[in-house]
Design a protein around this ligand. Structure first.
Ligand code: NAD
Length: 485
């Protein structure tokens, strides 16, 4: 099968923070890959805007080097890097002052699609949005893209929304959550809403519980100061895990269109119950045998109570889910890098087989990483003589195996999302009210442990988190799926 590349219109994409870590590691290598796939029309340009005093040549060199560092060798070559970087321009801009803005106003065209990617700290969103407006660089069809973190609580998120709203309509604002750009996450919607098999069973009557795990092996080394103000709840749960929960739990939207999908996600967030303290386990990694420092050492605050791990039991109060808990967990310095959503179906209401046949339940696993794909465990008879012995076997749908070479050039999350911005498709971006609702649910939980003065529990690096996180399921007669490579 030949993959279909949907053409986009000519564009000028301005990347504020174009010399920063995110731009060099993700955004520009991603754009290079789309350029190689023929998705950057002849007359389109990328304009870096940042503090450093570079010129076009300096910026092209910087990004050429970034591509060599971050794009695998077999996916790049000298000529396409040269052709791609020829599309790059640079304007030194001070987001907080007036430097560079008149030049930017001159360079950005008004007769093509214009998009402004704010790959800078949220403290600059308001300054940049208002100057884009005041210098008449943005127009009513321009798009503005903002990175996480989108606030640190409801109040700050509202303030950011208000700053953006002073210069842009909601239909122009693209709040990135790169988890939504992952192939499997979209496949979750395809599996649910393009097959008749799953949806009738997708409720509390047939699903025992859901587990969502985002496990990382990295520490917060080098980002301690930032992370200490955030923690796993703000950094991961409020956005990424919440989005995965919403897509798993939402009602079928009437259409696959941005507002229809986002309306349904919003309803899920609004139906989340408050969480009792006994349903939350927070952890902090200790020092490792391999000489890696503990969280406390990375944070540089000897009495820090920030969590590098969190596990929680979440209940959704609506007809579909009442009685089916969603267990969420995420953490740093864990056993393996693994993200997955696991749907545990209930056992059959009655077994016609002997007790020896054991109890069995279907499990659907949606793997985000590694090996994007899904597998469904079904129960069959173990082959051979010896009576009716039952065994669970996987129906494996690893995309790379099922679809072959077609999956080799699948755009990564950033590539896909940037192209969606250029196309003007907001489906995979968070709406302002969605982000606010997520903070509204998160704030009292954080406030609760802050006022109680709870300390996170220490956990061994390379483990599955604190012992109590295992207990969160054991006490309900359930088990976490193992965190494994
Ligand atoms: P960075 O510090 O590496 O880069 C910041 C960029 O902003 C630089 O290009 C700098 O020149 C520019 N800048 C800073 N102040 C400016 C000003 N006053 N005027 C004009 N330009 C200015 O940061 P980063 O890691 O690239 O992160 C950028 C944003 O993306 C942050 O909000 C971060 O939280 C978010 N983010 C980063 C990552 C990541 O992996 N790096 C992941 C997710 C989100």
């Amino acid at each position: 099968m030949v993959s279909r590349v949907i053409p986009v219109e000519n564009f000028d994409l301005v990347i504020f923070g174009g010399t920063g870590d995110l731009a060099r590691r993700k955004i520009l290598p991603g754009l290079y890959r789309r350029f190689c796939a023929g998705q950057m029309p002849e007359d389109s340009r990328i304009i870096g805007a940042a503090r450093g005093d570079l010129d076009d040549a300096g910026f092209r060199k910087l990004i050429g080097e970034a591509i060599e560092e971050f794009v695998p060798k077999n996916r790049r070559d000298t000529q396409t890097i040269k052709d791609f970087t020829a599309r790059l321009h640079y304007v030194a801009v001070d987001a907080r002052g007036e430097k560079g803005w008149p030049e930017l106003a001159k360079i950005v065209r008004q007769d093509v699609v214009t998009a402004f990617y704010l790959s800078v700290g949220p403290g600059l969103f308001g300054d940049i949005a208002s100057r884009l407006h005041d210098y008449e660089i943005a127009n009513p069809s321009s798009r503005i893209v903002v990175e996480k973190p989108f606030g640190r609580d409801l109040e700050s998120a509202k303030a950011l929304n208000a700053e953006l709203a002073s210069a842009f309509e909601e239909s122009q604002i693209y709040r990135i959550d790169h988890y939504l750009g992952k192939e499997t996450v979209q496949n979750l919607m395809a599996v649910r809403f393009a097959n008749v098999l799953f949806e009738p069973l997708w409720n509390a009557q047939y699903i025992d519980h859901v587990q969502i795990t985002v496990a990382e092996t990295v520490s917060v080394d080098g980002r301690g100061a930032y992370y200490d103000k955030s923690g796993a709840m703000r950094d991961m749960v409020q956005n990424h895990l919440m989005q995965l929960l919403c897509l798993t739990a939402m009602e079928p939207p009437s259409k696959f269109d941005p507002d229809a999908v986002r309306d349904e996600k919003l309803k899920v967030i609004r139906a989340l119950d408050d969480i009792a303290p006994e349903n939350i386990v927070r952890g902090q990694y200790s020092a490792g045998d391999d000489g890696v420092a503990s969280y406390v050492e990375h944070s540089e605050k000897p009495d820090t109570r920030t969590e590098s791990f969190i596990a929680m039991k979440v209940d959704i109060s609506n007809w579909r889910w009442k009685g089916t808990p969603f267990y969420l967990r995420t953490g740093k310095r864990l056993k393996a890098r693994m993200s997955e959503i696991v749907i545990h179906f209930k056992e059959t209401p009655h077994s016609i087989f002997d007790e020896d046949a054991g109890s069995h339940a279907n499990i659907l696993t949606i793997r985000l990483q590694p090996d994007e794909g899904m597998d469904m465990r079904v129960t069959i008879k173990e082959p051979g003589p010896g009576g009716m012995r039952l065994v669970d076997v996987p129906l494996d749908m690893t995309f790379a195996e099922a679809l072959g070479p077609q999956t080799e050039d699948v755009p990564d999350a950033y590539e896909r999302l940037i192209m969606d911005v250029i196309r003007g498709n907001q489906t995979l971006f968070m709406r302002g009210d969605e982000v606010e609702a997520a903070w509204k649910w998160t704030d009292p939980i954080i406030e609760g442990w802050t006022t109680r003065g709870d300390r996170p529990m220490p956990y061994e690096p390379g483990s599955s988190g604190p012992e109590d996180a295992l207990m969160l399921l054991h006490r309900d007669g359930r088990r976490w799926r193992e965190i494994r490579k």
